[in-house]
Design a protein around this ligand. Sequence first.
Ligand code: C2E
Ligand code: CA
Ligand code: CA
Ligand code: CA
Length: 277
Amino acid sequence: AKEHGRNTYSFYTPTLTIAANERLELDARLRRALTNDEFVLHYQPQFDSMTGMLIGCEALLRWHSPEDGLVPPDRFIPLAEETGLIVPLGDWVLQTACAQHKRWLDSGLPDMVVAVNLSARQLQQHDLAERVAAILDNTGLPADRLKLELTESMIMLEGDRAIERLLALKALGLKLSIDDFGTGYSSLAYLKRFPIDELKIDRGFVRDIPHDRNDMEIAATIIAMARNLNLRVMAEGVETHQQMEFLTRQGCHGCQGYLLGHPLTAEEFLEQLLRRD
Ligand code: C2E
Ligand code: CA
Ligand code: CA
Ligand code: CA
């Protein structure tokens, strides 16, 4: 029994050490990736449900790692949030998305809004609005062409300070969207207090339409509530025609998902969506 205990112990310690080492190594690689310009943005189109027109895109971060190829955000954003690297990385995302969007605008392409995901750490910055203002300024992108996506939990954690920061962001003239709506711990009361423009129905409520009655009720209720509060409502993760038809019939303004378009590089986006006639 003693032997077994010792084995368990000696097995346990190295595992923890390896995990910590791996985190340190990943952190170092991510910092190098930022200076070596290994991050890229992919853009997923968003369409008006009624007219089918392209109305915008969401910028989604990927890491083009020399060792591992294209790494999805779920594999590195949590660590970047913990270490604080998400702040400079988030600035890079905003800067790159705004600059790209300005180029598309300048070449006479359709009026679209670019949506950028914000992390909790970024919302904690007291000078967030100033940083966003500086990026709008140096890229020349009009503020009303930018939408920031935040989650309910981020807003709830920050409390009254979040209201101040969101008001400062709104004062720049941009749009605010609540991402993954319906999945966070929150009270609906914040919808009245916060200067929000859009709710984004979480993919989890869309996935099992039309098989799951409860999900259909929830999606329909979110759409009705958003409309009653004069908010726009966007569905994400739309993969089938049935889902699209159901959401549109309920009055959902916009749809995003694999049915309508995968995330694409800027070049692919231009070729496949913007130069289309
Ligand atoms: P999210 O903001 O909820 O983004 C939507 C995710 O769903 C994206 O995954 C997108 O590729 C995927 N998706 C889109 N349509 C469909 C569909 O029809 N079916 C399915 N199954 N999935 C679909 P992705 O790009 O891997 O991003 C994952 C998460 O990483 C994002 O979730 C967001 O929370 C985070 N993220 C991505 N880019 C950034 C960024 O620049 N900054 C921050 N802070 N977070 C980011
Ligand atoms: Ca998002
Ligand atoms: Ca989402
Ligand atoms: Ca999500």
